[in-house]
Design a protein around this ligand. Structure first.
Ligand code: NIG
Ligand code: FE
Length: 413
């Protein structure tokens, strides 16, 4: 078993004696910092940490890395992405610059359906190659756990193709924790234009059983929003998925106050995501639940829509996760550092809250218990930075290439 020792860590951030679990309200505003520290990783997992005054004998370790007073952080946990996609959509980016909204582009047959057309023409191998390239970029940016959705297939074959690509990514990137989500209800496939109800029937009677039979999905998702799927359709899909034991993560309240938060909570959703538009009713419903509110500031930034009220959610005593939403139409970036900076700039989260939102709470939003923080038994997934004057510098200096090295499950990548 490989034994790795990181020594001369200027500051070890997010280290706990035991797993902190999800962090809510005021508890989000604290990140433990251990100055002048060491961290030991045995095989894939963290075996211990402490201060340099008390360093273990280096001879016991197969590899010793001198961090030279840089910081060590737990790897990012990105709980919402669509990084398997074909081609790109910078043509729509031009339309957006010229003044069209996301909804207008979608109504003209662009948007998600544009990506679905491209995906239909793309082989599984090509799709895999581009997704693997994006995933590698995410890992180099410090991401160690990630959720990836289908939703650009919108036919039985297309959805299976996407989910099989994710299965291959899981196999080929064992140093990352990857979760797959079936998002057949992302938009109505072209063959069903004007027949949304029949599309949902087909999704329940054909897509879902095929996905479940191959064990391709950890979670199910529905785009429950104005112009996409209704609360009733969402409930039907979630009930059907629950018969296969598949838990929901929901797209809700991006374009309107959709009722998506409540329907997700009623069906035991692990998370409800987007939430650019929520009010007191959604906050009260979340308070009564174990569902993780998740916001995607990269989509607000790119689309020029309102930011989620992350500050209000935390002030209400709730937990909050932030994720990248990496996708070709509303957030063509998997940078979790940028997401965390936006959390501070645009949602007025403190640097500590924002870091917890992209680590501890991101892991919880995927049901992953052994990542998101540094504690004995957790996966040894961390990123190393240059020396920083303080934790806030990570989000403040948002374009400085501060990350020197990424170690995922004990392996330098
Ligand atoms: O999370 N809102 C729905 N889905 C994606 C966008 C997908 C696309 O435009 O391709 C999102 O923002
Ligand atoms: Fe999304």
């Amino acid at each position: 078993m490989n034994k790795l020792l990181l020594k001369n860590i200027g500051n070890l951030a997010g280290a706990y004696p035991v797993a902190p679990g999800r962090l809510c309200g005021e508890a989000m505003n604290r990140v433990p910092e251990l100055k002048d520290a060491w961290l030991a990783i045995e095989g894939e997992r963290i075996s211990g940490f402490g201060t340099m005054a008390d360093t273990p004998a280096e001879d016991d370790y197969g590899q010793v890395i001198d961090v030279c007073h840089g910081w060590v952080f737990p790897a990012f946990c990105d709980s919402h992405t669509h990084l398997v996609y074909a081609g790109s959509r910078e043509g729509e980016f031009r339309d957006k610059i010229a003044g069209l909204s996301y909804e207008e582009i979608a109504r003209r047959g662009g948007g998600i359906l544009n990506s679905a057309d491209l995906l239909a023409e793309t082989s599984e191998d090509e799709l895999y190659a581009s997704a693997a390239r994006r995933l590698r970029q995410c890992a180099r940016g410090g991401t160690g756990a990630i959720e990836i959705k289908s939703g650009y297939g919108l036919t039985v074959d297309g959805e299976l193709k996407m989910l099989r690509v994710i299965r291959r990514l899981k196999k080929d990137f064992p140093m990352m924790e990857i979760r797959s989500t079936f998002l057949g209800a992302h938009a109505v496939g072209r063959a069903y234009a004007g027949r949304q109800g029949e599309y949902v029937d087909m999704l329940i009677s054909e897509m879902l059983p095929a996905v479940a039979e191959e064990g391709l999905a950890d979670f199910v998702d529905v785009f429950c929003d104005e112009g996409f799927f209704t609360v009733e359709e969402t409930a039907r899909i979630l009930e059907a998925a629950s018969r296969y034991g598949i838990r929901p993560k929901i797209h809700a309240n991006e374009l309107a106050v959709s009722g998506g938060v409540q329907v997700g909570i009623a069906h035991g959703a692990l998370s409800v995501d987007h939430l650019e538009r929520i009010g007191d009713e959604e906050i009260s419903a979340l308070r009564e639940s174990a569902t993780m509110p998740t916001m995607l500031p990269g989509a607000s930034f790119f689309l020029g829509i309102p930011y989620g009220k992350g500050r209000q959610v935390i002030d209400a005593g709730l937990p909050l996760a932030l994720a990248s939403d990496y996708n070709p139409g509303s957030s063509p970036s998997g940078s979790m550092r940028f997401v965390s900076s936006l959390g501070c700039f645009k949602m007025k989260l403190t640097p500590e809250e924002s870091l917890n939102a992209v680590t501890v709470n991101g892991a919880a939003a995927m049901g992953i218990e052994d990542m998101g923080a540094i504690f004995p038994g957790a996966y040894g997934s961390v990123f190393l930075t240059d020396p920083l004057p303080s934790l806030a510098y990570l989000q403040y200096a948002y374009t400085e290439p501060l990350i020197r090295r990424v170690i995922l499950k004990g392996t330098s990548i």
